[in-house]
Design a protein around this ligand. Sequence first.
Ligand code: NAD
Length: 257
Amino acid sequence: MRLDNKVALITGAAGGIGRETALRFAEEGARVVAVDLSHDAVAAVASEVIEAGGKAMAFAADVSKASDCEAMVAEAEAEFGRLDVIFNNAGIMHSGDDDAVSTDESVWELTMNINAKGVFLGCKYAIPALRRAGGGSIINTASFVAVMGSATPQVAYTASKGAVLSMTRELAVIHARENIRVNALCPGPLHTELLMKFLDTDEKKQRRLVHIPMGRFGEAREMANAALWLASDESSFTTGATFLVDGGITSAYVTPQ
Ligand code: NAD
């Protein structure tokens, strides 16, 4: 199996991409530490993994808090003896996130604290554990909006994902000789709760869909498969990558109708 003997910690594991990735990684032999805000929600995902024949544990943590991030990594090592992969995937898209004029400072701060600082803290505490394991793979969820502007304004979200992408590149360079790879998964628009809540009318959904050459939203399972490749040794020469999995949206100038 592609993740045999590996221990993988996934944040934002109660829903969307994180949940699918927990299931997918476990199918490939990983022992999964599923992390999210609500213990009940993430325990349900860990139970799903176990019922499907995999190995998983649940841990409640807020990735914007240093003590929680330190504790989640410590728990992974205590329970499973090592850490090989961290998928810093938790993120929010706030309904009050708009253009620079309309967005409250509090929305900016909350978004940056979870989406950008949360990734920094995940790396801060996971890197020493990856060193102890002899190396590993860090996958940070950025977004296609880190490389192109969105017609539907979400300035805090976009800035936070830009921070994730540039932080990923720098960490990749710093840790390359320690056998620690760091890559950014940049999903296109997905059919998950996060985006469907934000694009809450058919008109808003259509405005986004019209830009996607494939003519549909992506599925969380498709991101889980991309993360699987980055987590596995199959991607052993890949670090610092902007891994766009986006139905072609960032390649399109005019989309087929
Ligand atoms: P989702 O809302 O289904 O899942 C996100 C999870 O993160 C939730 O379970 C939520 O509880 C958790 N979370 C939020 N704040 C947290 C915190 N402080 N600490 C711990 N967990 C927290 O969304 P998704 O679509 O699966 O998104 C996953 C990642 O993918 C996010 O970083 C998102 O920005 C990114 N992304 C999503 C899309 C999309 O179109 N859905 C596109 C590009 C990037």
